[in-house]
Design a protein around this ligand. Structure first.
Ligand code: ADP
Length: 258
């Protein structure tokens, strides 16, 4: 097997060299999964070995965003991550039929997440990005109990209400003793492709406000842009193309995580 795979639970070992980063948002639809896959591709372009764990079990979208089809191979009762853009990827979406509703209750869900971390033959990784379920409910908290050494990254839109979310995330991080690495503001502005006018569709300043509140850097301000939506639909992340300004913004954010 290539690349060399880690012993089953090595990734959870607090002394492991893998930086585990949970990508969180207060609510769904703010672009958390889009940011996760593009950041992963950007880190890869910097030469890092990167895994993506799609833990947004009810709203999985990572396989589609990366153009991954089929199912992961099972080897000795453990899953071998699928590969795309040089990333190692595991998602509930690759294990169930596309139109299946995942209706597991909490304990079963936790078991699934635990298995994703323990019973997956991750290759040796520098980073494992976890696309978290939105919100600050039981699942994220239990997840952090499972991986207390993990870091957090917050994705938000600029809407002022988002500061409420930031406080919640901050409080949660305090409880779980986690380090927040930064904030990424998505859908920060829209530039009209016809007249070039810039519009703050979702308001402005939310990302900065949250970053200040949490005392962490604002790592990127990404525009609302059809290309980002289309690239997601096509399974071809913008961060994979060198000459794209949005792709470059992801690479800048990835650099700040080094
Ligand atoms: P979440 O993971 O927070 O639920 P997604 O990453 O799945 O959000 O994004 C929701 C939808 O919005 C997707 O169709 C995605 O392509 C689109 N989207 C995300 N960010 C942007 C953006 N900056 N510009 C345009 N569309 C975006």
């Amino acid at each position: 097997l290539s690349p060399r795979r880690q012993a089953r639970s090595a990734i959870l070992d607090p002394t492991s060299n893998t930086a585990i980063i949970g990508i969180s948002s207060g609510k769904g639809g703010v672009g958390k999964s889009t940011v996760t896959v593009n950041l992963a591709v950007a880190l890869r372009s910097l030469g890092k070995r990167v895994g993506v764990l799609d833990a947004d079990i009810y709203g999985f979208s990572v396989p589609k965003l990366l153009g991954i089809k089929g199912r992961p191979v099972v080897l000795d009762g453990a899953l071998v991550p699928q590969e795309a853009y040089g990333l190692q990827v595991i998602s509930m979406g690759s294990l169930v039929e596309e139109d299946t509703a995942v209706v597991w209750r909490g304990p079963m869900l936790m078991k699934a997440l635990e298995q994703f971390l323990k019973d997956v033959l991750w290759a040796e990784l520098d980073y494992l990005l976890i696309d978290m379920p939105p919100g600050t409910g039981d699942i994220p908290i239990s997840m952090y109990q499972l991986i207390p050494q993990s870091y957090l990254l917050v994705v938000t839109t600029p809407q002022p209400v988002a500061s409420v979310v930031a406080r919640r995330v901050g409080r949660m991080a305090e409880k779980t003793n986690q380090t927040i690495l930064g904030v990424i503001e998505n859908m920060a502005y829209f530039i009209c492709p016809h007249c070039g006018t810039k519009e703050d569709i979702f308001g402005s300043g939310g990302g900065q406000q949250i970053a200040e509140m949490l005392g962490v850097p604002l790592l990127a301000r990404l525009p609302l842009d059809t290309r980002l939506r289309r690239s997601g639909d096509e399974g071809a992340p913008l961060a994979a193309s060198d000459d794209d300004p949005i792709g470059r913004a992801f690479v800048e954010a990835a650099r700040a995580l080094e």
